[in-house]
Design a protein around this ligand. Sequence first.
Ligand code: APR
Length: 165
Amino acid sequence: MSLTVSRGDITDLKVDAIVNAANESLLGGGGVDGQIHRKAGPELLAECRTLHGCKTGEAKITKGYRLPSKYVIHTVGPVWHGGTKGEAELLKNAYVNSLNLAVENSLESIAFPAISTGVYGYPKEEAANIAVQTIRTFLQKHEMEVVLVAFSERDEQLYTELLQN
Ligand code: APR
């Protein structure tokens, strides 16, 4: 069981699955979503079209195509509306449902971006806390290598401090 932080680009990671911070259409977008689709190639979008979207907090799996990871787990984090619209629970669900999907597919390693903390505006500190707490609880019952990918030095510092507690 391991939870580690990795600084860099999630699309470079050779893990069983990388998690995509998608939107409910699952038809691509900006941010990490756009980068994953660009690197995976057009077959990813073609498979996503067959999934008919994904509700916020839920997760769906596709192949990784031209990515180094075998699979992509697409999840949709909440848009931040100030914290009074159930955002924390939805963000937790996005992590839990992605992890459960990895278990259902017998995956041994998974990497997460900082879901909802970009375009969706979730405060980084609170989101990092939810990510670490949720994954730690999951790892009490499951064997899996989980990587938190920090795209910025600030994110790396945040995660590193949390993992030292
Ligand atoms: N590798 C790892 N992390 C990355 C990468 C990358 N290549 N690119 C961006 N990130 C980080 C951002 O720095 C941010 O911390 O991923 C986090 C999530 O940011 P977004 O990609 O903006 O995702 P999110 O905030 O969940 O918004 C989702 O944005 O791209 C659209 O289609 C997507 O509508 C959806 C929305």
